[in-house]
Design a protein around this ligand. Sequence first.
Ligand code: PMP
Length: 428
Amino acid sequence: MATDIFETRESQVRSYCMNWPATFAKASGPYQWTEDGTRYLDFFSGAGALNYGHNHPELRDLVVDYLANDGVTHSMDMKTPAKRRFLETFERVILEPRKMDYKVMFPGPTGTNTVEAALKLARKVTGRQHILSFTNAFHGMTLGALSVTGNSMKRRGAGIPLTNSSKIPYDDYFDGDMPDFLWLEKILEDSGSGVDKPAAVIVETVQGEGGLNAARMDWLKSLADLLRRHKILLIVDDVQAGCGRTGRFFSFEEAGLYPDIVCVSKSISGYGLAMALTLFKPELDVWEGGEHNGTFRGNNLAFITAARALELFWSDDSFQNQLGERIKELRDGLEKIAEHVPGASIRGRGFLTGIHFPNPDTAGKTAAEAYKRNLLVETSGPQDEVLKLMPALNIESEDLQKGLAIVEESVLAATGNLGEPSRLRAPR
Ligand code: PMP
């Protein structure tokens, strides 16, 4: 029954609150509390916007002080000390240690905004229109980003033809039956292929929305080599897999890539504040002043939390090393849970990992059972067939284990096997 203002007034375009109807009033670390004080463990983390949990106390205190001192909040793209501090910190903590030389653009505050900027820039730099993207890719909901997205329901929403882009098979799309890049290599070399030479290829190293498909490092390297040979720009969309989600700050570090353009958003502010970056090699900085203008180019609250988060978590290896241990813990736990369901397998990489179920309904049913047990966990994939776990990266082991125990019980409930002995607690 439609009883509250959300049901009566807000558009039916809503999605997350349809599965999780509680009203959340308070949040701290990996937990959220409803208005009536019920506690939920959050293994969703704002779809990756809350990599360091909710309301990190040190970041929160910075925001409070900044506001109390009348710091500039909105500044278009004008200079502020907060922006200077962010740029200096990003250069010192992220770019210099990785020997990366990227110009930083603030493209508007969301993931889809940085994708739009990347596509526009790639076209301007190369003078070509065509962009290649991958099967099951997700890059956002504005027209350019939708044109490189795979999901047919989301694409239909555009209401107009989505042009100037083609899809190519992601890693393992043919279950290993086809050599990597067979088609791409051939069409690029064949002047009769009828495929216009693309400006760029845009890729996620792990397809967050598309079913947690994780590309192999060798596949990513071969892709980068192929594009370099053909003078096609490589755009990595690190909106979801970046900012530590897969174990290192950028998700492509393990593959040793140096993409031409990188899209960053979600957790870059460290605090769930809207912020995005488009990074590109200096020689690609061919914009004219104001050519990609906008009102929200300087979220100063996000600048100050982002700068501090980079210092807190990325100025040395200690956080990354601790994260590596947690990632192993998560994967071990999921592997044991998957043993309950014949044919289930582990998908993803880092803290962007989940379980693929042979019966697509199982993931959704498991997420619903988890919600009944006060755990927020979502699904992913073209048929929502993957249970997707995204805990905060700084979660304590005890909370991680608590969540895994709920996931296990929820899988058993969803498959009608409640009462089966736990594999998590079983002796090795
Ligand atoms: N790119 C990727 C890889 C994403 O996962 C998302 C969001 N899930 C986006 C782009 C779009 O980000 P936003 O929702 O902030 O527009």
